[in-house]
Design a protein around this ligand. Structure first.
Ligand SMILES: NC(=O)c1ccc[n+]([C@@H]2O[C@H](COP(=O)([O-])OP(=O)(O)OC[C@H]3O[C@@H](n4cnc5c(N)ncnc54)[C@H](O)[C@@H]3O)[C@@H](O)[C@H]2O)c1
Length: 252
């Protein structure tokens, strides 16, 4: 392994699972770019993480825009000279019934949750190939395996299911080049993302989801981040193309 400090990009790093992952990965000594669509929120997350003594910098990015993704990668390479870890965590939710999801909504969700990951991988992998090492974790969802059933519906499930195929395709293509690609599959985890959906959905939705979860509670962002931390660590050196369920048993 290189003796240089690792550099990580975490998309959607301004809150929730992304901020928790930034905390976990920076805590083991990595430099972390907190990359998010919301500049002020990314700045605030960076202030919180720096207050904990961590080496992080905010970067503004729209993962659904190729030029913006390339600018993010150039910024990080310009600042730190390498990219060892990419966590594709930025995502948007969608919880309408199928027949109410117009093409515009479908394309909005796919553009961020799937195309965004595609664009970030295409922009970062050349740097990882030059280094001869790298590690990517894609944040999928239990919805991508079960077709929804918790909060996300058809567009969300489709976007997250595609990530599982993309994870395996990239793992297969780049494993021999020293790049490991894996995914995590969380179930309901208490973040703003979930709160926004619960605010719109029928009362009792949270209780219904908890009743479907064998462990009998929702997840915490730090629990999802711990799985991301593991998959990006040397302890997972022989793990590739894997989808790690962090879901209280929901997907079984
Ligand atoms: N919270 C859950 O229950 C849950 C369950 C399974 C999977 N996930 C997935 O985990 C990931 C993180 O979710 P969270 O709950 O922390 O959500 P969150 O809404 O708290 O965080 C998502 C972040 O992504 C950012 N973002 C949105 N669109 C973006 C874009 N185009 N470019 C860059 N950044 C963008 C947002 O600004 C936000 O900071 C998402 O991909 C979500 O689908 C969440």
């Amino acid at each position: 392994m290189s003796s240089e400090r690792e550099v990580a990009i975490i998309t959607g790093g301004a809150g929730g699972i992304g901020e928790a992952a930034a905390h976990a990965i920076a805590s083991r000594g990595a430099r972390v770019a907190v990359a998010d669509l919301r500049p002020a929120a990314a700045e605030e997350a960076a202030v919180r993480l720096k207050a904990a003594g961590l080496d992080v910098e905010p970067v503004t990015v729209d993962v659904s825009n190729e030029a913006s993704v390339r600018a993010m990668v150039d910024t990080v390479l310009g600042r730190w000279g390498r990219i060892d870890i990419l966590v594709n965590n930025a995502g948007v939710e969608s919880s309408k019934p199928f027949l109410e999801i117009g093409l515009e909504e479908y394309e909005r969700v796919m553009r961020v949750n799937t195309t965004g990951v595609w664009l970030c991988c295409q922009a970062v992998i050349p740097a990882m190939l030059r280094q001869g090492r790298g590690c990517i974790v894609n944040v999928s969802s239990v919805a991508g395996q079960r077709g929804g059933g918790l909060l996300g519906t058809a567009a969300y499930s489709t976007s997250k299911g595609a990530l599982i195929a993309l994870t395996k395709a990239l793992a297969r293509e780049f494993a021999k080049s020293g790049i490991r690609v894996n995914a995590i599959s969380p179930s309901l985890t208490m973040t703003d993302f979930v709160q926004r959906q619960l605010d719109r959905l029928a009362p009792g939705t949270l209780e219904r989801v908890i009743a479907m979860t064998p462990i009998g509670r929702v997840g915490q962002a730090a629990e999802i981040a711990a799985a991301i931390d593991f998959l990006t660590s040397p302890q997972a050196a022989f793990v590739a193309g894997h989808v790690l369920n962090v879901d209280g048993g929901t997907a079984m």
